[in-house]
Design a protein around this ligand. Structure first.
Ligand code: 5GP
Ligand code: MN
Length: 318
C-alpha cells in the first residue's frame, strides 16, 4: 500500500516543474520544518518551488536553511500543489482559496480529511517531518544537511524534545539518521524549544496570572490586548500551553487565544486516556488525541463558556 503511494508520489514529483508547497496558519516547527525539509530537496532536484505560509515565517525559525525563501502568497503558474502538516484545507488559511484541490496531502493527523488527489497520512507518526524523513529517499530526493536540519526541527517541535507519547524508537532512529546527515541537534533543540524572547515571557505572564482550575481541568486565556501589551509579534500562544501542561495532576488543559473580537483559537492538551481530538473536530478543528486545536467563532467569553462546558462533559465521561 505505502509502496504504491510512494511510486505515485515519485512520479508526481518527477513530472512536476513548478511546485507550490503550503503549510498551516500560526506555523509551528513541524509546519516550517516540513515545508523547508521537502522544499530544499525539490529545489536541489532543479524544480521551481514556492514555499508558502499565509502568516509568514516566525522569527524563531529564521535560523533554518531556506527560511528566506518563504512567501505569504501563491504566485500563479505552478503545476503541482502540495500541503504539509494540514489536516484540512482551512488550516492553510485563504492562500488556496481560489485554487484547485492539492495534488498531494502529506500529514500525520488522525483527523485528516484526505482532501488531496494523493494522501500520505500517517496518524501514528510523531511529526509530518518524520513522515518526510522516512519517504524522501523513496521519491528519489536525497536529504541534504540543510534539509535534515529542518526536518529535525519539525520532529523536535512536535515531540517537544522527544517526550510526547507519539515519540517511538523509530522517531529516535530517524532523528539519529538526520544527525548523521549533518543536522545539529543541540543547536536545533535550543532554537526550537528553549530560546525565548522578552515579549514572549511578558505574554506568558499575562496568561499565567489568569489561570483557573476546577479539579483536573486547567484553563487560561490570552487576549488581543495581552498580545499588544507584551509586544508579542505572532498570533499564537508562544507555547504557553506546554508550560501550563507541566502542572502535575492535570487531565486536561485548555488555552483560549483571542484572534479577533469574534474569533478565538482554542488549544487542548490532555493526559493519557483522554482524547481531545474529537472535541476539537466538533468545534471545526482537529489534531491528535493528546494535543488538538480549533478556530472557533464567537467572543472570548462565549467561546470559553461553550468550550469549557463540552470539555467538562468529556472529562466526566472519560
Ligand atoms: P496547537 O494547540 O498547538 O495549535 O495544535 C495542537 C494540534 O492540533 C496540532 O497537531 C495542530 O496541527 C492541530 N490544530 C490546531 N489548531 C487546529 C485547527 O484550527 N484545525 C485543525 N484541523 N487542527 C488544528
Ligand atoms: Mn505536525
Amino acid at each position: 500500500m505505502i509502496e504504491k503511494i510512494d511510486e505515485a508520489i515519485r512520479q508526481l514529483l518527477q513530472n512536476a516543474r513548478s511546485i507550490v508547497i503550503v503549510s498551516h496558519i500560526r506555523p509551528d516547527a513541524d509546519a516550517v520544518g516540513s515545508l523547508l525539509g521537502l522544499g530544499l530537496p525539490l529545489l536541489a532536484a532543479g524544480k521551481q518551488v514556492q514555499l508558502v505560509l499565509q502568516d509568514g515565517l516566525p522569527e524563531r525559525y529564521a535560523f533554518l536553511p531556506g527560511a528566506d525563501k518563504v512567501a505569504r502568497a501563491v504566485q500563479s503558474g505552478f503545476d503541482t500543489l502540495i500541503t504539509v502538516d494540514c489536516s484540512d484545507l482551512k488550516r492553510t488559511g485563504t492562500v488556496l482559496a481560489d485554487l484547485r484541490a492539492p495534488d498531494l496531502n502529506i500529514d500525520h493527523h488522525a483527523t485528516n480529511l484526505f482532501f488531496g488527489a494523493i494522501n500520505l497520512v500517517e496518524p501514528e507518526a510523531s511529526a509530518t517531518a518524520y513522515v518526510l524523513s522516512r519517504h524522501l529517499p523513496d521519491w528519489g530526493l536525497p536529504v541534504s544537511a540543510e534539509s535534515a536540519q529542518c526536518l529535525l526541527a519539525g520532529i523536535l517541535g512536535d515531540t517537544i524534545g522527544f517526550r510526547t507519547s507519539a515519540t517511538d524508537s523509530q522517531t529516535l532512529r530517524a532523528a539519529a539518521a538526520l544527525m548523521d546527515k549533518g543536522a545539529d541537534l543541540p543547536m536545533v533543540y535550543r532554537q526550537t524549544l528553549l530560546s525565548r524572547s522578552i515579549p514572549e515571557l511578558r505574554y506568558w505572564g499575562q496568561g499565567l496570572i489568569k489561570i483557573q482550575h476546577e479539579g483536573a481541568l486547567l484553563w487560561s486565556a490570552l487576549t488581543l490586548d495581552d498580545r499588544i501589551k507584551a509586544g508579542y509579534p505572532e498570533n499564537d500562544d508562544a507555547d504557553l500551553i506546554n508550560l501550563l501542561s507541566s502542572v502535575s495532576g492535570l487531565r486536561v488543559v485548555v488555552l483560549f487565544i483571542e484572534q479577533a473580537p469574534d474569533r478565538v483559537k482554542v488549544s487542548w492538551r490532555s493526559a493519557e486516556g483522554i482524547d481531545v481530538s474529537g472535541l476539537a473536530f466538533e468545534f471545526g478543528g482537529g489534531g491528535h488525541a493528546a494535543a488538538a486545536g480549533a478556530d472557533v467563532g464567537g467572543s472570548l467569553d462565549e467561546v470559553v463558556e461553550k468550550v469549557l462546558t463540552k470539555t467538562k462533559q468529556l472529562l466526566a465521561n472519560s
